[in-house]
Each structure stands twice: as structure tokens, then as C-alpha cells.
Design a protein around this ligand. Structure first.
Ligand code: ADP
Ligand code: MG
Length: 249
């Protein structure tokens, strides 16, 4: 599959179906371009296949483990994206069709960058091009980190995760002026005892007309999940912690 010899380096794709579904000609061109510019040495196996994106484990030439998120160029998702990018002051021209997906990819990259810069636990963004976003792999011993929803953890561990997520969300609102917008146990990965928020493509500036609605939905998802895991909390407690002015010790 891959080895030290450069001749061995290439796109390793596990099955034909994957190629047909994700790698249309234009996406393959983008991937080759990222490889020829030494951002990616090889693409390994698929980690996830959703209706909007596929994510692959990959590796950089220097051995850094990567996650390569490939947004589908499908018309079915265009309309859904549009409402979250329209009205975002950073994207004056939303675009149509592929252009919209490219802007969507750029939006996730720029959201990740802002969050990463203020030390929120998110995968470090590496590069983006058209519909492909390359970021650091959130991992445990080289394997992609599991989603919170698939784990059975102790109450102490849950309490720790809860506090980290709350602190990170507070930093997000205060220092990046963004709301996550799709936060749940599906979009939090657990790596070496720490929670990482992912999937920030629909994150919006707090000034956006949908921001309050998305924020309240995030809070409600988190409350439901953490309460179910035994953590004592409520929507009011979370909102107060995230939005109150005073710094916490
Ligand atoms: N940086 C990453 N490191 C490890 N796994 C990732 C990373 N980004 C995404 N994944 C995996 O891929 C899945 C889908 O990615 P996500 O960004 O949530 O896209 P979507 O939910 O829109 O398909 C995640 O649930 C996670 O399992
Ligand atoms: Mg997701």
C-alpha cells in the first residue's frame, strides 16, 4: 500500500465504490494537486461517509497524520448550505453550485483556523482547496479518535469532558465571536482524555440572524447528552457560563 519508497506513494483507495462515489474527475485533480504540492503523501482509508462529506485518514510527507474531508459536489446539499452562508458578512458572494461548496469548504477552514488560534481543542487546519479540507487527524495511537456517542465513560471522565466543552464554547463565543451550530455527541471526538469539537462548517458569527437559534440548539443537545451521562447541569447553567461577562477562575 505504502512504504518508504516514493514510488510506492500514491492514492490508496480501498474499494471501487469509494472511487465512484467521491472521486469525480474534478475532485481527483484537486487531490493530485494537494499531493504534488506536498501537503499529502498518501490517502489511506475512509473514516466516515456522510451525505455531505467523506473523511479519509491520510499522511503528510513529514509523517503527520491527517484527516482529509471531501465535500460532496451534489446538488442535494446546496440548498441546505445556502442559508448558513448567506448573511455571513465574511462571504459577501455566496456563489451557486460548485462555487457554493468551495465557499463552504473555505468557511470550515477559516472557522477552524480562528478557533485553533485561540487554543480551542479542534483539529489544526492544514490547507484547503476547492472542495477538499485537510486538517490534523484527531487520533489515539494513530487511529482516528472515536465520537463521544460511541463511548462508555466514567462519571469523572464525563464531568471533565463537560467542563472542557463548556470552557471551549465560552472561548469560542468570547474570542472568535462564533457559535458552533451543530454540536452534539456526534461532533465531539475523544482523544487521549480530551474532547475535540469538529465539523465547524456551519459555525456562524454571533451577529448572524440564525446564530441565537443555533446556539440554543447546541446548548439543548449538550444538556440532553450530558444529563443522560449523569452530569448535573441544565440549559440555564450552560448559557450563563458561556455568556456571562465575568472570567472564571
Ligand atoms: N480531524 C479529524 N480527525 C479524526 N476524525 C475525523 C476528523 N474530522 C472528521 N473525522 C471523522 O469523520 C466524521 C465526519 O466528519 P464531520 O466533519 O463530522 O462531517 P459530517 O458529519 O458532515 O459528515 C466524524 O464523525 C469523525 O468520525
Ligand atoms: Mg459530523
Amino acid at each position: 500500500m505504502h512504504g518508504d519508497d516514493d514510488m510506492d506513494r500514491g492514492i490508496y483507495v480501498p474499494d471501487r465504490k469509494t472511487i465512484d462515489e467521491v472521486f469525480d474527475k474534478s475532485t481527483l485533480d484537486v487531490l493530485y494537486d494537494l499531493m504534488s504540492h506536498d501537503h499529502i503523501a498518501y490517502v489511506d482509508y475512509p473514516i466516515s461517509s456522510g451525505k455531505e462529506a467523506k473523511v479519509f485518514r491520510a499522511e503528510a510527507p513529514d509523517g503527520t497524520l491527517l484527516a482529509v474531508k471531501i465535500m460532496r459536489l451534489s446538488t442535494a446539499v446546496f440548498r441546505e448550505y445556502k442559508k448558513y452562508i448567506e448573511g455571513d458578512h465574511r462571504f459577501k458572494r455566496v456563489g451557486k453550485g460548485r462555487r457554493l461548496i468551495y465557499n463552504w469548504t473555505k468557511k470550515e477552514f477559516s472557522n477552524l483556523k480562528k478557533m485553533h488560534e485561540v487554543a480551542i481543542k479542534v483539529p489544526a487546519p492544514v490547507v484547503f482547496s476547492k472542495n477538499i479540507l485537510v486538517m490534523e487527524l484527531v487520533e489515539n495511537s494513530g487511529l482516528p479518535a472515536p465520537m463521544l456517542k460511541d463511548l462508555q465513560l466514567s462519571l469523572d471522565e464525563m464531568q471533565h469532558i463537560y467542563e472542557c466543552v463548556l470552557r471551549d464554547y465560552r472561548t469560542m463565543v468570547k474570542e472568535t465571536q462564533l457559535v458552533h451550530g451543530d454540536l452534539s455527541e456526534y461532533n465531539i471526538l475523544y482523544s487521549e482524555g480530551e474532547p475535540y469539537m469538529i465539523d465547524v462548517s456551519q459555525s456562524l458569527p454571533t451577529s448572524h440572524h440564525l446564530a441565537d437559534e443555533l446556539f440554543l440548539r447546541d446548548v439543548s443537545n449538550m444538556t440532553r447528552y450530558f444529563k443522560r451521562c449523569g452530569v448535573e447541569t441544565s440549559e440555564e447553567i450552560m448559557i450563563e457560563y458561556i455568556t456571562e461577562k465575568e472570567e472564571h477562575a
